[in-house]
Design a protein. Structure first.
Length: 109
């Protein structure tokens, strides 16, 4: 084996060792991000269910309404709070996972 080949082989072994060391961390990060996304989706589902049960679509504007008065305002605030919680959870995800989510949301259906 020539010295240049030996140096290259040593560098490849070092690179492999580094990759092996970080692979478990990447797997754990993916699992963590998947758990965070599952929690955020669960909150999204709760919000959708709440909106269907307590809200209605205004026929003139198409906006989601909850009626008038203090109870309506409380319902609106609760719905928005659920949306903020889901958004806050998603902000905890890794940068790579957020980039994937952003790309998926930008795709036309």
């Amino acid at each position: 084996m020539v010295d240049g080949e030996r140096v290259l082989l040593d560098k490849l072994k070092l690179a492999r060792a580094i990759l092996d060391r970080y692979a478990p961390a990447q797997d754990a990060e993916r699992e963590r991000d998947a758990g965070i996304e599952a929690a955020a989706r669960w909150i999204d589902t709760r919000r959708d269910d709440f909106d269907r049960e307590h809200g209605y679509e205004d026929p003139d504007t198409g906006a989601l309404e909850y009626g008038t008065g203090p109870h309506a305002e409380a319902k609106r605030e609760y719905s928005f709070e659920l949306a903020e919680i889901a958004e806050g959870l998603r902000a905890l995800k890794s940068e790579a996972a957020r980039a994937q989510l952003d790309a998926a949301q930008e795709k036309p259906e």
